[in-house]
Design a protein around this ligand. Sequence first.
Ligand code: BG6
Length: 485
Amino acid sequence: MATDELPPFELVIFGGTGDLAMRKLLPALYQRQRAGTLAAEGRIIASAREQLDRAAFVARVEAQAAPFIPDSERDPAQWQTFLQRLDYVAISAAEPAGYQQLQQKLAAFPDRQRIFYLATAPQWFGVISEQLKAVGLNGANSRVVLEKPLGHDLASSCQINDMVGRCFNENQIFRIDHYLGKETVQNLLVLRFANRLFESLWNTEAIDHIQITAAEQIGVEARAGFYDGAGALRDMVQNHLLQLLCLVAMEPPASLDADAVRDEKLKVLRSLKPLSRDTVAANVVAGQYSAGTINGKALPGYRDEPGVKAGSQTETFVALKAEINNWRWAKVPFYLRTGKRLATRYSEIVVQFREVPHSIFAGQKLEANKLIIRLQPEEDITLQWLGKQPGTGMQVRDVALTLADAGGERVPEAYERLLSEAILGRQTLFMRRDEQEAAWSYVTPILDAWASAAHQPAMYPAGSWGPEAATRLLTRDGRDWHGIS
Ligand code: BG6
């Protein structure tokens, strides 16, 4: 038996024929099957509006989910066992009939853990929860997983949380942010809290500033229906980037218990210096990609992508300067940046230390030390420091010290870890309501400022590093974005 075998479960995926289910959730569950951690008694029931029978759904999984499993990770026997777990129920979100059918299916195994994964648009979260409650599927052995984005601003997020909260207790609600499931993000907790070394330097005395970048090469793809109404601030900053900021900035929690960690993250979010209409323009840059070239391929601008409104003002890039009003982080800006159709795909956190107070190496530029926490495409942590160039003389050179890398082992995808945690009922890697609303409180004034002024995102060509204004956000402070390492 695998050491982390999961208990028997019934996992119901609403939006079960959608993009997320096919690209991420089902491949992740197959990987857990292959790793031997899924209990033999575990079913995956997909649900969507479409009338499909089980065979038609399985055929769809073969066609649409299987391509997301790398060839080297395909095991025909495990795949067949995985397919046998699948079932399908047609449900129209607001109509009781489908829920009754679901309830009958689940009644066969009343004691199993039930996980309802809502991979639908957020306006359905409340309705689905109410329908589940109406057929008694909100009991103590039920959990609900909510995909991001949860709403489109603070008010709508509160409304959804209220509706879901009338049906499930907070300890049954798992608000997902897949960045929290990434291997290096976990490793960041170990780096900070299992080692004495960095914690004593982790403050304004030693750190100059922090950069968090999540750069993508892909464009809006087939998601314009969602993305054009959302934009990069809601899609990436409100959740992924602010969560990374929290993990870097939080105080050591007393334990890894869900509330101990989430209490500390909440304190960080509540200590963010609020932006106002007057300060947004100076501290937040919005951009939108125009036509350009990546890897020699000519690509259309955002407004020419299928499904995007003509003249759309939706931002596909955001850079912002955040400040944390507390003793540890006073005078340490956090620069966040994310965008689509950028030159390279990579995500990393750079902790830049202060320069030496006085140099004895006359005439040589002493680069400040940097701790680089790379989330993707490869996962590693390196410390950039200065060493001596071997030989006569006293020449200084950059040295990169690798503190952690995956060591060639297969690293589980974020969704594998998060689905497993949800089945196990562990909430540490999921957002609590107050935390998520605090993140919305921080970004909502930005949305308001953009909505009210004659706001227009600055254009940047696909394949670049975003608009010039994003560079100026740092150069005006005498700093630069760290180039890809
Ligand atoms: C999702 C966003 O949450 O994260 C997408 O909705 C984005 O727009 C994706 O592409 C990026 O995730 P990752 O794991 O590839 O960095």
